[in-house]
Design a binder for this molecule. Sequence first.
Ligand code: IMP
Ligand code: MG
Length: 176
Amino acid sequence: MKESVQVLFSEEEVAARIAELGKQISEEYAGRQVHMICILKGSVFFQCELAKRITVPVTMDFMSLSSYGSGTVSSGRVKIIKDLDDSIEGKDVLIIEDIIDTGHTLSHLLKTLAHRNPASIRLCTLLDKPDRRVVDDVQVDYVGFVVPDVFVVGYGLDYDQKYRNLPYVGELSFSG
Ligand code: IMP
Ligand code: MG
């Protein structure tokens, strides 16, 4: 099978949208400190660019969860592979995701983190695929772009660990 990638959101479009999100977050968190939790590995590019556009004080931590194996279908099972380094008690937590698809990953994560007594938890995702949602308890506070039900790669998102380094978001297709 031959893989090809078609640009959905260019590097410039992504940068412009992240700047808007950064401005909005900075305004809404005025007078507070944002504790960004980056979900590895897909959110790394988004995390770095967004953090640079936030003007209130920022701290950050990283967490790794199991999601898809090497395929493109969600297992519905979520495991913590790497937990946070620091306590989130009393902090204004902003979870940074690359994409919300079925919502299983975030549904589990939100419940886990809520038990750790943060002051607040909000959710920010670069991409949202609402057509694919199967859980109803994931409220997304900040969305970069809504995408249709296609498999996307680039800007941190992978297919079989490839394509994360593309500077744009593209649709992956197969032929042959
Ligand atoms: P969910 O638990 O189904 O919401 O899946 C969330 C995770 O699945 C994301 O953090 C991604 O790692 C992965 N994922 C879902 N859709 C895509 C896609 O279109 N491209 C790449 N990864 C995806
Ligand atoms: Mg992910």
